[in-house]
Design a protein around this ligand. Structure first.
Ligand code: BES
Ligand code: MN
Ligand code: ZN
Length: 490
């Protein structure tokens, strides 16, 4: 679940909603002037509820009405936006759908009442909100609740907006398909979601969407000289995999967008072992990999005219008799040597070789995505993804994509002065740069491998999953990345 298979728009006006056929009407209230926008059969019970303060026109408030006389749909939910903009709209839709999802309604019609006209972004937001509201992880939990019956969405819009709304619905569906894939991959436990499993899933995606998917094994990685990636992989009995998946939507001569995702299927820290508390959450350390594969799925569904390459280095980070030790020096594919001062800073070690490998595609741009540092969680919490790039224009494009997709990022600095701590007496660089500015030094480490192309780095350590009672993958930043990739077409 997590995908609405049937979604469409219907041309109608809020003034005639009582005759609309659906199992439920979800009215998103943008303004205070309810009676001006709705017909009386719907307006009067809602107005009445507002008058007696059963419904406050504030964000997060909603009202359920059952079998309103004269209204064809048996269920009505009025959800207050308490603000304007697509973000507030999506939050209200989510409120309303959370109210409806456990009920019998299969078909929900959504209308925006009293605000701006529904546009493409609103439509996308409704579909992604529905996917969010109905997502359920069941693969290793047979006792999970039954999936929601919600399966069909209709958006009420004016004739002039029909085309834009339909386009938004299609994009929302593709983004949701990508987010759902990313969530499913990342939620699976480390003993199920191994590097081998990730590679198989990439192959499966390739079959479903006619993509070229290559999977390199240890021998081939040795030949390529990926000494940094292999150093991390050597401590685990799970064989490493290097996934290269390609979507071709433009001429072969067109430089591709390249996405690189960190695929640590479990991060114990290695010999620099992590404390026990919350270590289970390190199964999500392949969230970057999951998100680039999810983005590939979304892009493959939308078929834009561009080329996309997705690269995933994937392995486990384990302590073992064969594991790397603090002080070990390895040679990366780029030829630069690295002193591994902390085996828990493994993400940058697998990514640096993938970034060097990316050069062969002569990319128009490379974006890597990684649950890279606890320091990024300290800096930005769980709201914004950390964005790092020496390229102002590229940073702007990614920030804009995040805003449009309601999957926000915040730009962090990348001054070379921060890189002082990465110096080593025994290698070209160390793999850690001290506690201060840890997310920045990690990004500066990666930057040393990206001289040949335009590059940005997304640190999703705070945004790829949720902890606590809602523990689980978020599928971020699939929405941001999908918007970004689409923006690179033509
Ligand atoms: N996967 C972790 C980063 C992480 C930690 C993400 C906690 C989310 C929550 C990464 O491999 C790591 O261990 N980073 C170290 C780097 C340090 C040793 C320089 C960290 O952040 O502590
Ligand atoms: Mn680590
Ligand atoms: Zn890690």
């Amino acid at each position: 679940m997590g995908r609405i298979m049937d979604f469409r728009h219907q041309i109608s006006s809020p003034g005639s909603l009582s005759s609309l056929t659906a199992d439920a009407l979800l009215l998103v209230l943008a303004g205070e002037a309810i009676d001006a926008a709705l017909d009386a059969k719907l307006a009067s019970p809602i107005q009445d509820a507002v008058a007696v303060e059963d419904l406050k026109l504030k964000a997060g408030r909603c009202l359920y009405l059952h079998r309103v006389p004269g209204v064809k749909a048996p269920r009505v939910v009025a959800a207050a936006m308490g603000g304007s903009g697509v973000k507030a709209f999506k939050a209200a839709v989510l409120q309303g759908l959370n109210q409806l999802k456990g009920m019998g309604a299969q078909h929900v019609a959504v209308a925006l009442v009293g605000g701006a006209e529904l546009d493409e972004q609103h439509a996308e937001a409704v579909v992604t909100a529905a996917a969010d509201a109905t997502y359920l992880y069941r693969h290793t939990k047979p006792s999970a609740p039954q999936p929601s019956k919600l399966a069909k969405l209709t958006l009420v819009c004016s004739k002039g907006q029909a085309k834009a709304v339909q386009a938004g619905l299609v994009r929302g569906q593709a983004v949701s398909a990508g987010v759902t894939l990313a969530r499913d991959l990342a939620n699976r436990p480390g003993n199920h979601c191994t590097p081998t499993y990730l590679a198989e899933q990439a192959k499966k995606l390739g079959k479903a969407y006619e993509l070229k998917v290559d999977v390199l094994d240890r021998k081939e990685l040795e030949k390529l000289g990926m000494g940094a990636f292999l150093a991390v992989a050597q401590g685990s009995h799970e064989p490493p995999r290097f996934i290269v998946a390609r979507y071709n939507g433009a001429a072969k001569t067109e430089a591709p967008v390249v996405l690189v995702g960190k695929g640590i299927t479990f991060d114990t820290g290695g010999i620099s072992i992590k404390p026990a508390a919350e270590m289970d959450e390190m199964k999500f350390d392949m969230g970057g990999a999951a998100s680039v594969l999810g983005t590939l799925r979304a892009v493959a569904e939308l078929k834009p005219k561009l080329n996309l390459v997705v690269i995933v280095p994937t392995c486990e980070n384990m302590p073992d008799g064969r594991a790397i030790k603090p002080g070990d020096v390895v040679t990366s594919m780029s030829g630069q040597t690295i002193e591994i001062l902390n085996t828990d800073a493994e993400g940058r070690l697998i990514l640096c070789d993938a970034l060097t490998y990316a050069e062969r595609f002569k990319p128009s741009v490379v974006v890597d995505v990684a649950t890279l540092t606890g320091a990024c969680v300290v800096a930005l919490g769980n709201i914004n993804t950390g964005l790092f790039s020496p390229d102002d224009a590229l940073a702007g494009e990614l920030l804009a994509a995040g805003q449009a997709a309601l999957d926000p990022a915040w730009r962090m600095p990348l001054d070379e002065e921060y890189a002082e701590g990465l110096k080593s007496n025994f290698a070209d660089m160390g793999n850690v740069g001290g506690r201060a500015g840890g997310a920045i030094t990690a990004a500066l480490f990666l930057k040393k491998f990206t001289a040949k192309y335009r590059w940005a780095h997304l640190d999703v350590a705070g945004t790829a999953w949720k902890s606590g009672a809602a523990k689980g993958s978020t599928g971020r930043p699939v929405a941001l990345l999908t918007h970004f990739v689409l923006s690179q077409a033509g």
